[in-house]
Write a protein that binds this ligand. Structure first.
Ligand SMILES: Cc1cc2c(cc1C)N(C[C@H](O)[C@H](O)[C@H](O)COP(=O)(O)OP(=O)(O)OC[C@H]1O[C@@H](n3cnc4c(N)ncnc43)[C@H](O)[C@@H]1O)c1[nH]c(=O)[nH]c(=O)c1N2
Ligand SMILES: O=C(O)C(=O)Cc1ccccc1
Ligand SMILES: [Mn+2]
Length: 478
């Protein structure tokens, strides 16, 4: 009885202590960025405690909404002086638990830094603040005839997309964030501000010094806070043609993809959906597709060459026994198709109400794709798991959306084993454990398998040099 009482008292004491220090933290932060930019309510902290994944959330002590690079610099400097963790937050659509605050601290929300700073249409580039979302940028530049084509299904912030090295359905044609970021403004762990490609740099190529830009792309907020990004833009194509091709079997669809890629056809999108995924999309997005392993394709070109591109793809798919090859030229039909594809994650989760999706994200050399997709499917069957498959297969990247009951620890453990086995198979065939989602909290062990001790130690040395007190998104990546 006494033990229970004293445990309760201790808990209450710890709670009061934390509460008091959170209040003091909030007061100090308000004096730096103003009352309106600091939130301590449970609702706001809860909203910032998790991303879109199954990873358990942890609330930060305080949420700060930065309005400027100067705010970010001052906040980080203050947090460094108090050794308080700083966790950057874009739109919270990540899927590897990157925004959780397992050690508490300050969640630095960049969504109010939402200005497009410059558009250089003649140079095909732009500079934006980190909180601008990809849809907002595309709306802003619509009249210039240019687009920013990197499209994770969610309307993510461009800072978050830089931080995770995001890609999506169009990376096969336009590259990932790594190829499309020209320069970054970054606030370091001591509050200092750098430009990763020179103070004004936006040249198409450079041999100048170390490649700091690509050090900060994919660092998931562990090395610095991205406050501005200079990005490449691309011409909106004169002509667009989409197509849907269901196949007799999975191997046919994957082998057709490999053949299309090896032929050098500049396909703009080539997405694979297995029969379970097509079924889920039909239900969720009210489509009426044949339930079969299917490719969604898109071609970008001129009025004079678009049909030829489609025809080559059609012939290739037919030689791999596709059941039909239906073109979609109509703008609305195409939009419906890609909206359904972008909602695949929600469609998969809707198959079992109350379930959560467990994400996998392996990427392999294209020649290894067919083998590993078969492996993924066979293992699902062996373990009796439901896992629709979807993939940016032109890049050798695919996801198994394993559907789990989040309250069933046995099922979670089984899925975890499945995901580990799939990632290890990807490494065996010279691939990577994450093509586009990042390491976050869930794939830290796999990162060691991917890089080995010497590789990880190099990363740790970089982290130590740039963030010696480990205040930037602690517990993530390494
Ligand atoms: C339905 C759906 C569909 C997809 C995806 C999600 C969902 C919900 N994603 C994943 C996600 O959209 C992608 O990881 C985004 O880049 C995350 O951007 P947020 O702004 O939401 O970052 P979010 O706020 O989730 O943060 C992600 C990580 O980056 C850090 N971070 C955020 N902003 C930062 C900044 N300014 N400076 C430093 N660090 C920062 C965070 O600390 C965290 O570690 C995805 N992804 C993909 O690549 N391809 C895809 O196809 C899809 N598809
Ligand atoms: O649909 C996709 O291509 C994604 O990347 C979304 C996603 C979301 C969560 C886990 C795996 C994939
Ligand atoms: Mn994806």
């Amino acid at each position: 009885m006494n033990i229970i009482k004293s445990t309760k008292v201790l808990f209450l004491y710890k709670f009061m202590q934390r509460y008091a220090s959170s209040q003091a933290l909030a007061t100090d932060l308000k004096s730096i960025v103003g009352n309106d930019n600091v939130a301590t309510s449970t609702a706001v902290r809860e909203q910032h405690s998790h991303d879109e994944s199954y990873h358990p959330g942890h609330k930060p002590d305080v949420v700060v909404f930065a309005q400027s690079t100067d705010h970010v610099s001052k906040i980080v400097k203050y947090c460094a002086s108090k050794r308080v963790p700083v966790i950057p937050f874009g739109t919270g659509t990540g899927v590897e638990g990157g925004v959780t605050a397992p050690q508490g601290g300050v969640c630095l929300d960049l969504s109010r830094m939402d200005k497009v700073l410059s558009i250089n249409a003649e140079d095909f580039d732009c500079t934006v603040q980190a909180g601008v979302t990809r849809n907002a940028l595309n709306t802003y530049i619509r009249d210039t005839g240019l687009q920013f084509p990197i499209d994770p299904g969610a309307n993510a912030s461009l800072g978050g997309m830089c931080a995770t090295s995001a890609s999506g359905t169009m990376a096969v044609r336009y590259g990932t964030m790594r190829e499309n970021v020209m320069n970054l403004e970054v606030v370091l762990a001591d509050g200092s501000i750098i430009k990763t490609a020179g103070l004004k740099g936006r040249s198409r190529k450079t041999s100048s010094g170390y490649n700091l830009t690509n050090l900060f792309v994919g660092q998931e907020g562990t090395l610095g806070i991205i406050t501005e990004a200079t990005l490449k833009l691309h011409a909106i194509p004169e002509a667009v043609l989409a197509a849907v091709a269901p196949f007799k079997d999975l191997q046919g669809a994957v082998n057709a993809t490999v053949a299309i890629m090896q032929s050098g056809l500049p396909v703009a999108r080539i997405e694979f959906l297995d029969e379970n995924m097509v079924d889920a999309c039909n239900r969720f997005s009210k489509l009426n597709l044949d339930i079969a392993p299917t490719l969604f394709l898109e071609f970008h070109g001129s009025n004079s060459n678009i049909e030829a591109q489609g025809q080559i793809a059609e012939e290739t798919c037919k030689s791999y026994e596709c059941l039909q090859f239906a073109f979609a030229t109509d703008v609305d039909k195409r939009a419906e198709l890609w909206k359904a594809r972008h909602n695949a994650w929600y469609a998969a989760q809707a198959l079992k109400p109350g379930s959560k999706g467990y994400s996998t994200d392996v990427c392999v050399p294209i020649s290894a794709l067919s083998g590993i997709v078969t492996f993924a499917k066979d293992e699902l069957k062996r373990l009796n798991l439901l896992g629709p498959i979807v993939g940016h297969v032109g890049d050798g990247n695919f996801h198994v959306f394993v559907i789990v009951d989040p309250t069933n620890p046995k099922e979670i453990e089984l899925v975890h084993q499945y995901s580990m086995a799939l990632a290890k198979e990807a490494l065996r065939v010279s691939g990577t454990v994450t093509g586009e989602h990042g390491i976050g909290v869930g794939k830290k062990k796999l990162l060691i398998d991917e890089f080995g001790a010497a590789g990880i130690n190099t990363m740790k040395a970089i982290k130590q040099a740039l963030d010696p007190m480990n205040i930037l998104n602690p517990g993530k990546v390494l």
